[in-house]
Design a protein around this ligand. Structure first.
Ligand SMILES: C[S@@+](CC[C@H](N)C(=O)[O-])C[C@H]1O[C@@H](n2cnc3c(N)ncnc32)[C@H](O)[C@@H]1O
Length: 252
């Protein structure tokens, strides 16, 4: 079965309108392009009206993984973004079934949401089983790129984590090449990457690909507490002219 047909054949019943109102925000591409200032920033105060830590899943799909995290961690907020309504319907039904107060979903294209990412607002970001887009002409649709890492680095709080998983070996190695070139992140594990991911609740796509015998490949990165090239920032005011300084705003 092709990757695309997996979701096409799935049936999703629309949730109750009150649940949609409670759990779903809709950010249209038009608004994101023309009026991003009219949309709420992606942080706990604007989405939840509190200051709890916030975790984000990009392309959350049916959000089985994220809803389970929200259920297990009532002291943390969670937001799932997906460009497609169908899986989000199921995500909302799950959140409603558990009356989860600490999760919300945003329907929209994450790549257009960069201006809404508040600085240092995220404790963790999950990019689990993103679409591989292996064909040359569709590669620009991929999420992971140096520009994506710039935005995630800005949005993560110091010490915050970025987790990337997929079943697709070639795609994974290509993503790994991109993230390994970014010195602002350090792996949280000694291995080049991890094979297998024992999440308390597995996502829909992790379950599907494991049923097909494909193990989950994973890399987990942590944002440095201080940029590695700027460890002498306070002692050496001239450090920003160092060839290793990446031009962090903190250094200027
Ligand atoms: C293969 S599914 C994985 C879903 C889920 N993370 C899981 O593990 O079951 C990829 C999801 O990413 C979503 N997606 C793809 N591009 C996106 C984008 N630019 N912004 C938001 N969601 C996107 C798709 O709609 C789809 O639901």
């Amino acid at each position: 079965m092709s990757r695309r047909s997996l979701m096409r054949g799935a049936r999703f019943q629309p949730p109750d309108p009150r649940a949609i109102e409670r759990y779903l925000l809709f950010f249209s591409s038009k608004e994101l392009f023309w009026n991003p200032d009219m949309l709420p920033p992606i942080d706990s105060p604007h989405l939840f009206g509190d200051h709890l830590p916030l975790q984000l899943e990009i392309g959350c799909g049916t959000a089985d993984f994220l809803c389970a995290l929200a259920l297990e961690n009532p002291g943390t907020n969670f937001v799932g973004v997906d460009v497609s309504s169908k899986p989000l319907f199921k995500a909302i039904r799950t959140a409603e079934a558990h009356a989860l107060p600490n999760i919300k979903f945003i329907k929209g294209d994450f790549k257009r949401m960069y201006p809404l990412l508040a600085a240092d607002a995220l404790q963790a970001v999950y990019l689990h089983f993103p679409d591989p887009h292996m064909r040359q002409r569709f590669r620009k649709r991929r999420v992971v790129s140096p520009g994506f890492l710039d935005e995630i680095n800005r949005a993560l709080a110091p010490g915050g984590r970025l987790s990337i998983t997929t079943d697709h070996h070639e795609f994974f190695l290509e993503m790994l090449d991109v993230v390994e070139q970014d010195v602002r992140f350090a792996k949280t594990h000694a291995e080049r990457y991890l094979i297998g991911f024992e999440a308390g609740t597995k996502s829909q796509f992790q379950r599907i690909w494991e049923r097909h015998g494909l193990p989950t490949l994973r890399v987990e990165l942590q944002k440095a507490h201080r940029p590695p090239s700027c460890l002498n920032a306070s002692e050496d005011p001239g450090h920003s002219s160092s060839p290793t300084c990446l031009g962090h705003s903190a250094c200027h």
